[in-house]
Design a protein around this ligand. Structure first.
Ligand code: GLN
Length: 486
């Protein structure tokens, strides 16, 4: 096995024992990128020189027997909506094409303090709006399992880079499913933490009451290790929670005896793919065999979640994106006067999906009743979860109703593009944590993801159930054929 194919915890052991250096691991990652990146397009920016420099400085620390953190020297890819000091941060948008961040996001600061090695910024739907990574202003990312299919979105670059072994770890962001859905479609692990668990300072906002940063990894243990680094209170983020951070690796117990799992009836809908449904039901059967107690539960307001999400997300986006006007940041269109400059900059700088949402959001905000009603329904969705979590430890559902679809298939129908999020959006509305882990493959060889949800700050329950399932199956070890053919 090549170094780039290993997990972070495997690499950590080798580095700790002195059997490999961070520089060797980083080089193997870049060799892989050189081989497959032309086919996948995971990255919008690569920072090879800086990465090798960082890797060598970690190796130096190890040589000098300095104390290092568990993930020191491990290469990581960052979604391009998180600020790294001095590095391009584009949100895959023309409007930020030349924007170099003058500061580090809090998650980046934490990763730096733990000596992780940044290899580059990953492609995404523009401003994280989308479910397929086709809305990037720069390139379309391809699914490593089928190069003609989308990788999911909006963190499609981060999920594809993990699935194709171009990186060891990655960060994504999830506003309505953008960590979990691409993780599911690319056959990797994606965790959206509780809202407020991970600081959003330095994450370019899409919809501030829903956005959350989280890990995209090859297995559940890596997800726990990365959570240990990025979680915790940050006084720079007023929505960050001052709540103790456990050692998440202690939740990695392969035992679900007595765990109460709810299976929401509303998450098995007409129109969903039969193979997805079967894989998820088989997974639930396996957990039951392993000792979990499974029961059907009801979340009656689920059917309103997507419409509610569309209204809230667009309204927040219309204000969060208001300051891209050609003055403070990035792109500025040549114009004769100030008004024209604002107008032309926004017209030429933003892509179609972003403009659609800004227009919808501005409209909703000017009819305040719509927004207010959406907020009330949001509370009902949350109360559904509160009620089932009185008797269940977690919920199990499919992550996405279908496997990866073909590039271009939904681009002419923006409403259909929301459909892949029907099972992920409710967790963002309620602020609860959720993970997607691989739970099978379709006959055509496309990955299927299983979603586990729990109450706020119960990431430990999620990790325990996910780990137990993973230890009793081998889906996460499968690699796309692109690895063999290269
Ligand atoms: N696909 C959803 C949307 O376009 C979710 C995006 C996200 O989570 N960033 O709104």
């Amino acid at each position: 096995m090549k170094l780039n194919e290993l997990t972070a915890h495997e690499i950590r052991e080798l580095i700790r024992k002195g059997e490999v250096s961070s520089e060797e691991v980083t080089k193997s990652v870049f060799e892989r990128i050189e081989k497959v990146e032309k086919k996948i397009n995971s990255f919008v920016t690569l920072t090879k020189e800086e990465a090798l420099r960082e890797a060598r400085s970690v190796d130096e620390k190890i040589r000098k027997k300095k104390k290092i953190s568990p993930l020191a020297g491990v290469p990581i890819a960052i979604k391009d909506n998180m600020c790294i000091d001095g590095v391009l941060t584009t949100c895959s948008s023309k409007i930020l094409e030349n924007f170099r961040s003058p500061y580090d996001a809090t998650v980046i600061k934490r990763l730096k303090a733990n000596d992780l090695v940044f290899i580059g910024k990953t492609n995404m739907d523009e401003f994280a709006m989308g479910s397929s990574t086709e809305n990037s202003a720069f390139e379309i990312t391809h699914n490593p399992w089928d190069l003609e299919a989308i990788p999911g979105g909006s963190s499609g670059g981060s999920a594809a880079t993990i699935a194709s072994d171009e990186a060891i770890l990655a960060l994504g962001s999830d506003t309505g499913g953008s960590i979990r859905q691409p993780a599911s479609l690319c056959g990797v692990v994606g965790l959206k933490p509780t809202y407020g668990r991970v600081s959003r300072y330095g994450l370019i906002a899409f919809a501030s009451s829903l956005d959350q940063i989280g890990p995209i990894t090859k297995d559940v243990r890596d997800s726990a290790l990365l959570m240990n680094v990025i979680s915790g209170y940050d006084e720079r983020d007023s929505t960050s929670c001052n709540y103790p951070v456990p050692d998440y690796t202690e939740s990695l117990i392969s035992d679900v005896k007595g765990v109460k799992i709810g299976v929401p009836k509303e998450y098995f809908v007409k129109g969903m793919d039969e193979e997805v449904e079967k894989s998820v039901k088989d997974a639930i059967g396996l957990l039951e065999k392993l000792g979990a107690k499974v029961e059907e539960v009801f979340l009656p307001h689920t059917e309103y979640a997507l419409a509610t999400y569309c209204l809230i997300v667009s309204t927040e986006a219309s204000t969060d994106l208001a300051y891209y006007d050609g003055v403070g940041y990035g792109y500025r269109a040549q114009s004769r006067n100030l008004d024209e400059m604002y107008q032309n900059t926004r017209e030429k700088g933003f892509g179609d999906e972003v403009k659609r949402r800004i227009m919808l959001g501005t409209y909703v905000f000017s009819h305040y009743d719509y927004y207010l009603k959406a907020q009330k329904v949001r509370t009902l969705v949350k109360e559904d979860f509160d009620k089932v979590f009185e008797k269940c430890d977690c919920l199990i559902t499919p992550t996405s109703p279908t496997p990866a679809f073909k590039i271009g298939e939904k681009m002419d129908d923006p409403l259909r593009m929301y459909f892949p999020d029907i099972f992920t959006v409710p967790a963002n509305l309620a602020g609860i944590p959720g993970i997607s882990i691989p739970c099978g493959f379709t006959k055509k060889g496309l990955p299927v993801g299983l979603q586990i949800l729990a109450k706020p700050f119960a990431e430990e329950t999620i990790l325990r159930v996910a780990y137990s399932y993973e230890q009793n199956t081998g889906w996460h070890r499968r690699r796309p054929a692109i690895c063999d053919s290269q």
